[in-house]
Design a protein around this ligand. Structure first.
Ligand SMILES: [Zn+2]
Length: 378
């Protein structure tokens, strides 16, 4: 099948992340696409594992046996963002002006199409890839805490498996991305107690406590900004991005909630960063008490792969691009423990991802096919 038709076919299978569900997006999550991938790769000769992650949402691990004892994984998230803000048909997969349009076309169904195309060519020629190729579809990348990637990592750990090289598919214009930040999200509640606003001394104003936290976080950001970056990924950052509280105009507020987002640079110890941040929040809110909940577990350290490694070098050479770093996060945050070499890579531009109109350039698709064809033959 032609690569543009294959991308179109995949766009026509909606797989909107449940956190983005809506009347047009639907509520089927990744189910139809994971079924399609399992059936299609099995027919192509792969050993297929369907691994339930949450609420009947399944990862798919399709293993294509290679002719060497090396193994590579291509991780492609199955889900897309929502389509309620799209201004054209999100699921038509039409081909126009040298592009394939629709939700997921660039982020990131393109890589499914590219890898399947190369594996189909090999099968038609009676050949196998040189490395064993694990084509892995993961749920829950576009919201929900990278659950699918965390599950695939655990699946590998349970089996004592490490993978020599893992490629995480995202639109990078075929440049190998060898680093990006990680993060920690904290839901904070500051507790005071209510009183009549004519007698503030009888209450404890939770908004005042939260305001002290905001000021302390701003000062912490100033401190981080003054540090030297240790990698091209840059420095950690921290900010308060949500704040809500107050009962009525004549009541001293008993509670205030805020969200503190910390982006971590490669090399920062996630447990230390988290402990120091919690301590800062608690001490600045004092004498009021706080409750702090971590969103999505303990957070993720930043991702950084030495750009001189063979995976980055080979992809840069095959693509005729230069290694780079990214502003966005990806499933790479979950794979540090199980990959010897790790990179984020794929056709098309992140500028077209999550947009009101999404598309992928056909020239980028063809380029990615050439790159994967060469990579699978060495
Ligand atoms: Zn993506």
């Amino acid at each position: 099948m032609d690569i543009t038709e294959r991308v179109g076919e995949l766009v026509q299978i909606p797989s909107v992340n449940p956190l983005h569900a809506g009347p047009v997006s639907g509520d089927g999550a990744e189910r139809e696409l994971s079924d399609w991938l399992a059936n299609h790769t099995e027919a192509l000769g792969a050993d297929v594992v369907v691994d339930p992650v949450e609420d009947d949402r399944c990862n798919v691990y399709a293993r294509f046996e290679g002719s060497s004892d090396r193994a590579v994984t291509i991780d492609v998230h199955l889900d897309t963002v929502g389509v309620e803000h799209m201004t054209d048909d999100p699921f038509d997969g039409r081909v126009e002006d040298g592009r394939v349009y629709g939700r997921g076309s660039v982020d990131t169904k393109a890589t499914f199409a590219v890898v399947l195309q190369v594996l189909e060519e090999l099968k038609a020629a009676g050949q196998r890839p040189v490395p064993t190729v694990n084509l892995v579809g993961t749920v829950s990348e576009e919201g929900g805490g990278l659950l699918g990637a965390a599950r695939y990592r655990d699946w590998l750990l349970e089996r004592g498996q490490r993978i020599e090289q893992i490629v995480v598919a995202e639109p990078t214009m075929c440049a190998p991305v060898h680093g990006h930040k990680g993060g920690i999200g904290l839901d904070v509640t500051v507790h005071g107690h209510a009183a009549h606003s004519s007698k503030p001394h009888l209450g404890a104003n939770a908004l005042s406590g939260a305001a002290r936290v905001v000021v302390a976080i701003d000062e912490e950001q100033d401190r981080l900004a003054a540090l030297e970056a240790t990698t091209p990924v840059g420095k950690g950052t921290v900010s308060v991005t949500e704040l809500s509280g107050g009962l009525a105009r004549n009541i001293i507020p008993d509670e205030c909630a805020l969200y503190v987002g910390r982006r971590t640079a490669p090399g920062e110890d996630i447990a230390q960063v988290r402990a120091a941040l919690c301590e800062l929040i608690e001490s600045s809110a004092a004498p009021l008490s706080t409750t702090i909940e971590s969103l999505y577990g303990e957070g993720s350290p930043g991702f950084y792969q030495d750009p001189s490694c063979s995976l980055v070098a080979v992809l840069a050479q095959l693509a005729d691009t230069s290694p780079t770093t990214a502003e966005y996060g990806s499933n790479a945050l979950k794979y540090g423990e199980v990959a010897e070499q790790l990179v984020v890579f794929g056709p098309g531009s992140i500028d077209q991802a999550h947009q009101a109109v999404e598309w992928v350039d056909i020239s980028q698709l063809n380029r990615a096919v050439d790159i994967y064809r060469s990579w699978f033959s060495q």
